[in-house]
Design a protein around this ligand. Structure first.
Ligand code: NAP
Ligand code: 8YV
Length: 309
């Protein structure tokens, strides 16, 4: 008999097919009565594919051994509760670094040169009546990266290719990296023309980009958030974008996705993106493959490929 697993949200078709070839998959997100499904299958579930797993769900699955998250960020999983219950957790690191770095640079260029707005300018016939305004470039500017991790380093490499100066902030200095380290985020923001956020979400980074940091970034500074919406004090960000407290923002992530503060829709100094940093066929397939490979390894009694707990 195949093992039975619980899937907590929609996954790629290819990933779902791979799971179905190996396991009996119960789809929580499709269940009309979620509690009834959990009650029915709980004695047999040893693994979850997907995120959004809190302590309460873990407690309903007494045989749960593994949560294989689809995504490198695992802030939707209560890892403390998992550790306490000796449940392993895996994520999907590295396979998305390039896609993420590409969209980060793409958003920076889009914001600096107002590419979405320029597209509208042409489509709406405004070009016939006058020129698009002069804007700014990336080269020669300083980018401060919050989170010089796997993705942050790929962003740094591409920013250097754009002839930018790179500085970074994290909890730790990385002595092997050639970039200037700031142990204080506001100090880094003060030195930066561009502040790029690519740190994890969760309690330890909640609203780390607050009014002080945005004030330090200043009226000439641009914010790019590709990490998590929770990193930023979103109402303060909206206020500062409206008032000119910062020059602009490109946002792939938001506090309460898919809901985006409506005030942003009216702003010309903003580029919005629907949490699509890793959303390419090539990358999402690799992420799905890694989810499946971790499940395979677990049930074969082999070491997990990318465990975080
Ligand atoms: P990573 O390799 O673990 O890097 C995370 C970086 O954040 C590290 O350099 C770490 O440095 C820093 N950091 C962690 N906690 C911090 C704190 N409390 N204060 C300051 N810095 C902190 O992770 P990654 O693979 O690059 O991924 C980073 C994040 O990107 C993910 O967790 C996810 O939230 C986000 N992401 C978003 C998308 C998207 O679609 N938009 C896609 C993929 C990933 P220190 O340890 O020195 O603090
Ligand atoms: C999402 C991400 O996981 O990896 C992450 O942390 O934020 C993304 O890759 C992806 O959008 C799936 O929901």
């Amino acid at each position: 008999m195949p093992e039975e697993i619980l899937q907590t949200h929609k996954l790629l078709d290819r990933c779902e097919r791979s799971l179905a070839e190996r396991f009996t998959v119960h789809k929580l997100h499709e269940a009309a009565d979620k509690q009834a499904l959990i009650r029915d299958i709980s004695p047999r579930i040893r693994a979850i594919a997907g995120g959004n797993v809190d302590a309460a769900l873990m407690d309903k699955l007494p045989r749960l051994e593994l949560i294989a998250n689809f995504g490198v960020g695992y802030d939707s999983i209560d890892t403390k509760a998992a550790r306490e219950r000796k449940i392993r957790v895996t994520n999907t690191p590295n396979v998305l670094n390039d896609a993420m770095a590409e969209i980060t640079i793409g958003l920076m260029v889009a914001l600096a040169r107002r590419i979405p707005q320029a597209d509208q300018f042409v489509r709406q016939g405004k070009w016939l009546k006058g020129s698009f305004p002069l804007l700014s470039e990336l080269n020669g500017k300083t980018v401060g990266i919050l989170g010089l991790g796997r993705i942050g380093k790929e962003v740094a490499a591409r920013a250097q290719a754009m002839k930018m100066r790179v500085v970074y902030h994290g909890r730790n200095r990385q002595p092997n990296e050639p970039f200037i380290y700031y142990d204080n985020l506001a100090d880094m923001a003060r030195d930066a023309d561009w502040l790029v956020l690519i740190a994890p979400g969760g309690k330890s980074t909640e609203k780390i980009v607050n009014r002080d940091v945005l004030t330090a970034l200043g009226p000439e500074g641009f914010l790019v958030n590709v990490g998590r919406g929770t990193l930023v004090d979103e109402p303060v960000l909206v206020e500062m974008l409206q008032s000119g407290g910062i020059a602009g923002a490109a946002l792939d992530v938001f506090e309460k996705e898919p809901t985006v503060p409506e005030a942003l829709f009216a702003l010309d100094n903003v580029v919005l993106s629907p949490h699509q940093g890793s959303a390419t066929h090539q990358t999402r397939n690799k992420m799905g493959d890694l989810v499946v490979a971790n499940l395979d390894a677990h049930f074969a009694g082999e070491p997990l490929l990318s465990a975080v707990v």
